[in-house]
Design a protein around this ligand. Structure first.
Ligand code: ABN
Ligand code: CU
Length: 649
């Protein structure tokens, strides 16, 4: 089912644009300011209603579009009022602004490279003549301090397969890259330092190569004999105590809106909007083509566009509700990614347990969680993104990084400290990081919130017997004071407090962020990647909510020159006490590659937890039933040789 295609349901204000709405928006633009053939659509999507409009219920359906005029190289933003059938805003962006790369540009770029005589000559020097097996993998050029003269450029890394289905990442051509002007689709030049060794050993994961699969694994079946626990009404989901809306944007892919928990019948808000908004991958190996690799996978390539069509029993197991996503291609034609989002419920092991050994009474409750997920393929890598809603009010975000390592070549027999050797034919995978940024627009019991930092500290004392320690809470008063790195040994974390609602013990209700996978940028502060990915230099940032402040590396990170996004959002250093707040959390993987990550990587997991912290008056899951009575037992737990305890019977 599509989020929006069920016409029996009135469109909710945050439901993504329907195919019809996308068609209308594109037609109005083509009939108006984007009439010239040279216009390309980087994206067309819902212009989300403002918070004020959502509050008042006075919302209209609007589209926002980002376009590029290939004839001039200029980019434009447009707003279309769908009810009024009018283009209501058309803005030329500053020269040099480069919107995210379009899927069609990847294909066009690869075709231009493979057709280039210059490239064919360089390939022949490496003994490669079958162009049908050659893989050009375009990456954004980034920014390295040199003026790019308004050009829209990608730099392609070069690989080849040695036969169909062979893994091209086993055969990188090191320090041979190709620059392409995306607007003219011309090869601008090649960068070839003459290193001709290409690793030729085949390293494959495809069944064509690995032989028969094992046959000794018995199946698992997941069934819900009495039906589902969730309901779906358009893009609105209710699951047990949870209530939220699903959204999908070209940039972020899956978005959760208006996440709330029904507490004794009252729907209490927690997050106004939550999404994964950016990711940067800096590489450690010093060679030029490795250093020039850097990817802002959301801002440069659009997670939404790279979203997979999921398969039942493969990507998700159980009773699945899928949602499709409808986007437009570069010429404005709508297309649908079937099964883009997966929603299902799963068992989650133990939630809580106590065996009261004195009375021999064991109480156990099982945890279950609602999973809302999607998977993207960013050229070599896959990222599977999961939001988990738990019965006890916990929200967990998890990323499984899988897919294929971005590889590099050196001379056979050499080794390097900048990566992991993968074979003895000169193939290695450079060290790198994946630093993600989540955007959490908080609404803990309302829009008026404050943020505290917590550390566990010991009191100074000379007494070797008494050594008290406690959780020290510090109010973060302004935006600049709230740009903070993690400190796991201090057990540093942050909570977001409501302004006025209190719990049973008189404390203000709150939710906390547990930064379980903090990773910071390892490149030097004056490196261009660091300048462009400032979000990756702190674990949390907090900004006072402003409409339009939505991406931590800025609205247009592709070929950006640095310090966009968060540094701008907090520049005024506004008060963040009892305000409408957005928290930005950087986390991820410092990927010291293992040989076991090759030739396809078993998932590496990262993420974070958002937990109630005095939001409830007690454990909110006391009313959970035992599973068929099986988890409350007074059966003997072990045989004791001691006499029965006199007081406990
Ligand atoms: N894995 C980096 C990447 C993403 C998208 C396109 C090219 C490369
Ligand atoms: Cu990695």
């Amino acid at each position: 089912m599509s989020i929006t295609e069920d016409t029996s349901i009135a469109l909710a204000p945050l439901a993504p644009l329907t195919r019809d709405e996308l068609t209308t928006a594109v037609a109005l633009l083509k009939d108006g300011p984007a009439a010239a053939e040279s216009f390309r659509f980087s994206s067309v999507s819902l212009k989300e209603p403002s918070k004020a409009a959502l509050r008042s219920g006075d919302t209209t359906r609007e589209a926002e579009a980002v376009l590029i005029d290939r004839a001039t190289g200029l980019a434009y933003e447009a707003v279309v009022d769908l009810a009024a059938s009018a283009v209501t805003s058309w803005t030329e962006l500053p020269a040099g602004t480069q919107p995210p790369i379009m899927m069609d540009e990847f294909a066009e770029c690869e075709a231009a490279i493979v057709a280039s005589p210059l490239v064919a000559e360089a390939l022949a020097k490496r003994g490669i003549t079958d162009l049908s097996l050659v893989c050009a993998e375009p990456w954004s050029i980034g920014y390295w301090g040199e003026d790019q003269a308004g050009k829209r450029i990608m730099r392609a890394l070069m690989y080849t397969r040695l036969e169909p289905n062979d893994n091209p990442y086993a055969h990188p051509m090191e320090d041979f890259t190709v620059l392409v002007d995306l607007n003219t689709q011309e090869v601008m030049g090649i960068e070839d330092d003459g290193f001709l060794h290409m690793p030729r050993e085949k390293n494959n994961y495809h069944p064509d190569f690995v032989g028969p699969a094992r046959t000794d694994i018995k199946p698992i079946e997941i069934s819900f004999p009495e039906g589902r626990n969730f309901t779906v009404d358009g893009n609105h989901i209710e699951w047990l105590d949870w209530s939220f809306d699903i959204g999908f944007t070209p940039r972020e892919g899956l978005v959760l809106h208006r996440v709330g928990f029904r507490d004794k019948g009252e729907l209490r808000p927690i997050l106004h909007r939550a999404s994964l908004t950016e990711m940067v991958v800096p590489y450690g190996a010093p060679g030029r083509s490795q250093q020039l690799k850097n990817a802002f996978d959301a801002g440069e390539y659009n997670f939404g566009y790279m979203t997979n069509s999921l398969q039942l029993g493969c990507d998700c197991l159980g009773d699945i509700q899928y949602f499709d996503a409808t986007l437009v291609n570069s010429v404005g034609k709508p297309y649908t990614i079937q099964n883009a989002i997966c929603l299902h419920e799963e068992d989650d092991g133990l939630l809580w347990k106590h065996w009261e050994f004195r009375t021999n009474d064991a109480q156990t409750r099982r945890s279950r969680r609602l999973v809302i997920s999607f998977v993207v393929t960013d050229a070599n890598y896959e990222y599977a993104f999961y939001w988990y809603l738990h019965l006890d009010g916990t929200i967990q975000f998890e990323i499984k990084a899988t897919g294929i390592l971005s590889t590099a070549g050196i001379a056979p027999g050499e080794t390097t400290r900048y990566g992991q050797m993968l074979n003895k034919d000169g193939l290695y995978a450079p060290i790198h990081e994946h630093i993600f940024a989540a955007r959490l627009d908080w609404a803990v019991d309302g829009d008026s919130n404050s943020v505290y930092e917590v550390e566990t500290v010991a009191e100074e004392t000379d007494d070797p017997v008494t050594s008290p320690f406690y959780a020290k809470r510090t109010l973060l008063e302004t935006e600049k004071a709230a740009a903070r790195p993690a400190d796991p040994l201090a057990h540093r974390w942050w909570y977001v407090e409501s302004e006025s609602r209190t719990n049973k013990v008189g404390e203000k209700t709150a939710y906390r962020l547990m930064p379980t996978n903090a990773v910071l940028m390892k490149k030097n502060p004056d490196n261009w990647v660091t300048k462009r990915a400032q979000f990756s230099t702190n674990t949390i940032w907090v900004s006072k909510f402003e409409e339009g402040e939505r991406y931590p590396a800025g609205e247009y990170p592709n070929q950006s020159t640095g310090f966009g996004g968060l540094p701008e959002y907090i520049e005024a250093d506004e008060s963040i006490v009892n305000e409408d707040l957005v928290m930005w959390h950087s986390f991820g993987l410092n990927h010291v590659v293992r040989i076991e990550d090759w030739p396809v990587m078993p998932k590496q997991v990262t993420g974070f937890f958002i937990e109630p912290y005095g939001f409830f008056d007690e454990n909110p899951t006391l009313n959970l039933p035992t599973e068929s009575g099986a988890c409350a037992t007074s059966a003997p737990q072990h045989e004791s040789a001691a006499p029965e305890h006199p007081h406990c019977h």
